[in-house]
Design a protein around this ligand. Structure first.
Ligand code: PLP
Length: 385
């Protein structure tokens, strides 16, 4: 294969070159158990402390509010199940949206099976949730928890978290925000100031896999899901993965330093790719929006007229371009994307959708090459229809 253009960064990112270069040394030096009292333990503990301060700084939080986890899925589970457990005796309705990642919506469906009162907010054709539906719920019944994603992982739409925060002030509920797709791409300080819980993941920001964090605002009532030692404020007991935790802090530092560029440039590349595909590929339609106030800088979802997404994905792969159909966790399932369905996208358009997700690694040459590959693939596949 001549060239590799990786455009599946919502599924996962490649660790930064600095992280790949430094990780062996960190793993060799910081192998101690951070709870051990001797020098080796202290070395590992120092790394965990540094990373916690770095992640906290990036969120405008204090380091006592950052708890390391194994990733976004675990952060979301601990947040939702932990709040439900802590408030079990007087739990009102728990609310989420129809467009959440599986690590939120399957938790909700499980809780629903166990007898919790749940509600799911609908989304419009751009993938933005309906706030009136939330207001209606808040006026009609006690709501204990609202869990809303910041940037949608399939179509990139941003949710109106500021408005949800206003409603939290007015009605009072615990707010959890899944910020896995927006962390280090958009500023989260304002969200952390008001939300109770915010989930982030390392492998989406060029850190190692198996790393993540949960921001828990001081004073939020939450119960642990697992029991063991007292690590991570008892929220995530078990010996810390000091090397992984280091990689998360280092990735945050590198993202924010601008060493690998910035997401303003990534947004320009994404917009250029989308606009040219829509203009130059007959029948191509954007699922979502390019409005910068309502979309993440790196995700675009496009349907190609009657060409199955999976077929186009493999045609692009043959040309060295790596994309995905929907989210990585659900793309192996044969069912239609629940996100596109919630947006009212018809079955045939949903089946022909492909997600392009960029990162700081991408260049304008990548976009030009990808456009050529899309045009060539669509042309050859259209001949087969
Ligand atoms: N939340 C969102 C919005 C995601 O996109 C993902 C992963 O794709 C997750 C949660 C789960 O994160 P992780 O893969 O770190 O468990």
């Amino acid at each position: 294969m001549e060239r590799v253009i990786y455009l599946d960064n919502s599924a996962t990112t490649k660790p930064f070159a600095d992280i790949c270069a430094e990780v062996g040394k960190v793993a060799g030096n910081a192998f101690g158990n951070p709870s051990s009292l001797h020098e080796k333990g202290v070395e590992a503990e120092k790394i965990v402390k540094w990373s916690r301060e770095t992640v906290a700084g990036s969120l405008g939080a204090s380091s006592g509010e950052v708890f390391f986890t194994s990733g976004g899925t675990e952060s979301n589970n601990i947040a939702i199940l932990g709040v439900v457990k802590a408030n079990a005796r007087r739990l009102g309705t728990i609310v989420t949206t129809c467009i959440e990642h599986a690590s939120v919506f399957t938790v909700f469906s499980q809780l629903e099976k166990n007898g919790c009162s749940t509600a799911y907010l609908p989304a419009d054709s751009r993938g933005v949730i309906n706030l009136d539906a939330l207001v209606g719920l808040l006026k009609s019944r006690p709501v204990s928890l609202v869990s809303i994603m910041h940037a949608n992982n399939e179509v990139g739409t941003l949710q109106p978290i500021d408005e949800v925060i206003e409603l939290k002030r007015k009605f009072g509920f615990i707010l959890h925000v899944d910020a896995v797709q927006s962390y280090c791409k958009l500023k989260l300080d304002r969200i952390c100031k008001s939300a109770n819980l915010v989930s982030v993941s390392g492998h989406k920001i060029h850190a190692l896999k198996g790393t993540g964090a949960l921001y828990i605002k001081k004073g939020t009532r939450i119960e642990p899901l697992y029991y063991g030692g007292g690590q991570e404020g008892r929220i995530k007991p078990g010996t810390e993965n000091a090397t992984g935790i280091w990689s998360l802090g280092r990735a945050v530092e590198l993202n924010l330093s601008g060493k690998y560029g910035d997401f303003g440039r990534v947004r320009e590349l994404k917009n250029c790719l989308v606009e040219r595909i829509i203009e130059e590929v007959p029948g191509a339609k954007l699922n979502g929006t390019l409005d910068s106030s309502q979309s993440a800088p790196h995700i675009a979802n496009i349907s190609f007229d009657r060409i199955p997404g999976e077929v186009l994905l493999h045609a692009l792969e043959q040309r060295g371009v790596f994309v995905s159909t929907g989210s990585a966790c659900s793309s192996k399932k044969k069912t239609l994307s629940h996100v596109l369905t919630a947006m009212g996208v018809g079955d045939s358009r949903a089946k022909s959708s492909v997600r392009f997700s960029l990162s700081l690694d991408n260049t304008s040459e990548d976009i030009e090459y990808c456009l050529g590959a899309v045009k060539e693939s669509v042309k050859s596949l259209s001949g087969l229809k």
